[in-house]
Design a protein around this ligand. Sequence first.
Ligand code: SF4
Length: 313
Amino acid sequence: MELIRGDNLSKTYNLKLSLTKSIKVKAVENVSISISKNEVFGLVGESGSGKSTLGRLILLMEKPDSGRVFFNGVDLSKAKKDEVKEARRKMQIVFQNPDLSLDPRMKIYDTLKEALECCKYKGNITERIKAVLEEVGLSSETINMFPHHLSGGMKQRVALARAILAEPDFIVLDEPTSALDVSVQAQILNLLIELRKKLNLTYLFISHNLSVVSYVSDRVGVMYLGKLVELGECDEVFNEPLHPYTKLLISSVPTLYMTKKFFTQNHAITAENGEESVSGCRFFKRCPYAKDLCREKEPELVGDRHKVACHFA
Ligand code: SF4
């Protein structure tokens, strides 16, 4: 059953280059995704591909230029203020760097209390905070500490606690493990998997790390320059990628997915081969399989369960 859907979402930013010159950057262009209840949807792509912007558009942290967001079947662009407020409480986010998302001057208790007050919690605040801290693997003494008393992993657990205090249905995890040591990354990933089962959560998991995404996700979407170029079941996309860009991403993972065949096929695709094309397929200048049609016509994302945007996939 569908929990959240973004329909034809687009967002363009005005990027100032100097006092007189600015350019328009299409961060997200006409992207649609649908995530089912209790599903983990992974979103991968290079930096600047629009993954985080898409996450923020879905959470209504940014207003899309066009497109709509549906939560539990309700079109949030047409919903009443109260409905939007309630939907936003049910949708939370965990950012990449807990050092930036936690106020260094506030004790953990105050940070978490603020989150509870925002959602007008009626019960015993201290008890609730202690219970949630325990749920994310922290002791109740943590409430008296400041962020600088905690390790990176502990801070990310606090950020996670703050997200689940509001009893959300849906959490956007925006590179939640990228700022952590590898050993701690595994602990946080296992905690996320555990919490998903226990609290019946749905995740949009954003990362540039394919191994991490493949570990936690049910389905995955691959973004390139603001567009989804491939989408499907995680195993299918990673084991049998259809889009040349997905193949490039996978071939750049050193051990898990790289096969000799992949490497031989894709060694010629490098970032230096060009920038995005202005018309036609965005991957045109980097793609070794490009033909004239690719320069002229932009491919649509087509397919049934496994979708791809490539004329010759
Ligand atoms: Fe390459 Fe053409 Fe496919 Fe684009 S449409 S990915 S240029 S083959």
